[in-house]
Design a protein around this ligand. Structure first.
Ligand code: TXA
Ligand code: MG
Length: 351
């Protein structure tokens, strides 16, 4: 299959191209498109065979449900069996935006879309291209992150092209995404709302609106070996891991720098190609052939936005061994570390 690639300016959207892209979705095809979190791989959420194509293109296990993307609240009547008040409260504040809410599935949503579950994940993205695509399609769009299963989520169209060229009908290049980490997922089907995947919208933010909010114990750092089963099926899979061996080094900044420099030198002497993931504040303190700054600790959003790109670059450069600083602080710390720990297979050392 030849993949058509179009560049679209989010601030000046070419409606002819959106019409063409919408028609691809309506006809059961696949379109890669930008959202504010990561690029998505879209298909008609209400068409079981279209959803099936997503699983095939990604090489994704079929028990891993898809998020249904909508452009207006009216859509909920077609998708959800019942809409809890909490959905309206959170929608008012955070939609369109990087929050996915899980509710009971309505009968029109195929089980292929929900991985066989009686619940459905719904999100209204804020990226104008994503919203225009949903509207142009005349349906709702099931879209996982647009990476091949297991790889880091795409934050640039070039990542989607790398993974999906020849496998899907169209890719819309809308430039680099804003946030760079997938949406927060909150399950609203139980008595107490529960976060199944951390993201830009934090527990504290949700608690302001809903009171008590729990976090799925399976995704809390430190609980890895306790055999909890993640409530979001996708969270149990190995994910984001670069081909090189990635280790996170925690501790006081000075100790971390000393420790990483020592380990990097040992590995270099052993003939390994070694990369260091540092920050703008620390990069000049390292001594190695491959030092990458992931962003600034003063602006943690830059760290989130660059994480997946750096992990992909490690593969492009065939790094054997990678050491990374830890980024657990701040508003985005939990979401960043959730992805980084997965990428490292939970390999962490204390400096
Ligand atoms: O930011 C995002 O959410 C991006 C963009 C494209 O919107 N999408 C995304 O989709 O990250 P994906 O498929 O890569 O991740 C969806 C996660 C998976 O872990 C899946 O298991 C979980 O959501 N999920 C979907 N429906 C669910 C449900 N009904 N119950 C529990 N977990 C669900
Ligand atoms: Mg994904």
């Amino acid at each position: 299959m030849k993949t058509r690639i179009y560049t679209i300016d989010e601030k000046n959207i070419d409606l002819e191209i959106m019409k063409e892209a919408g028609a691809v979705i309506a006809a059961g095809g696949l379109v890669g498109f930008p959202t504010e979190t990561v690029y998505g791989l879209g298909a008609d959420a209400m068409d079981a065979s279209a959803s099936e194509k997503i699983y095939a293109a990604k090489g994704r296990p079929s028990d891993n449900p898809l998020i249904v993307h909508i452009a207006d609240l009216d859509a909920l009547k077609d998708i959800a069996l019942e809409v809890p008040d909490a959905v309206y409260i959170l929608a008012e504040k955070y939609w369109p935006g990087p929050l996915t809410m899980i509710m009971k599935k309505g009968p029109k949503v195929p089980y292929k879309t929900t991985g066989g579950l009686d619940t459905v994940a719904v999100r209204m993205p804020s990226n104008a291209i994503a919203l225009a695509l949903i509207k142009a399609s005349g349906t709702y769009i099931a879209a996982p992150s647009g990476n091949l299963s297991g790889r880091p989520s795409p934050t640039l169209a070039s990542h989607m092209i790398e993974d999906m060229s020849g496998r899907i009908d169209m890719i819309i290049d809308g430039g680099k995404v804003g946030i760079g980490l997938e949406s927060t997922i909150v399950d609203l089907t139980g008595d107490v709302p529960m976060i199944l995947r951390p993201g830009y919208i934090t527990k504290e933010m949700l608690e302001r609106d809903l009171g008590c909010v729990e976090v799925d114990p399976a995704i809390v750092a430190g609980n890895e070996d306790k055999n909890f089963r993640p409530k979001a099926p996708g969270m149990k899979y190995r994910h984001y891991a670069p081909k090189g061996d990635l280790t996170i080094v925690e501790g006081q900044s000075d100790d971390v720098i000393l420790c990483i420099n020592r380990l990097a030198l040992e590995q270099k002497h052993a003939g390994k190609k070694v990369a260091i993931i540092a920050t703008d504040e620390t990069r000049h303190l390292y001594d190695s052939d491959f030092i990458f700054s992931i962003g600034s600790r003063e602006h943690e959003e830059t760290i989130a936005a660059n994480l997946f790109e750096i992990l992909r670059d490690m593969d492009g450069l065939s790094m054997d061994v990678i050491y990374s600083e830890s980024f657990a602080e701040g508003h985005l710390g939990q979401a960043i570390m959730n992805r980084l720990l997965k990428a490292a297979g939970h390999q962490v050392i204390e400096a």
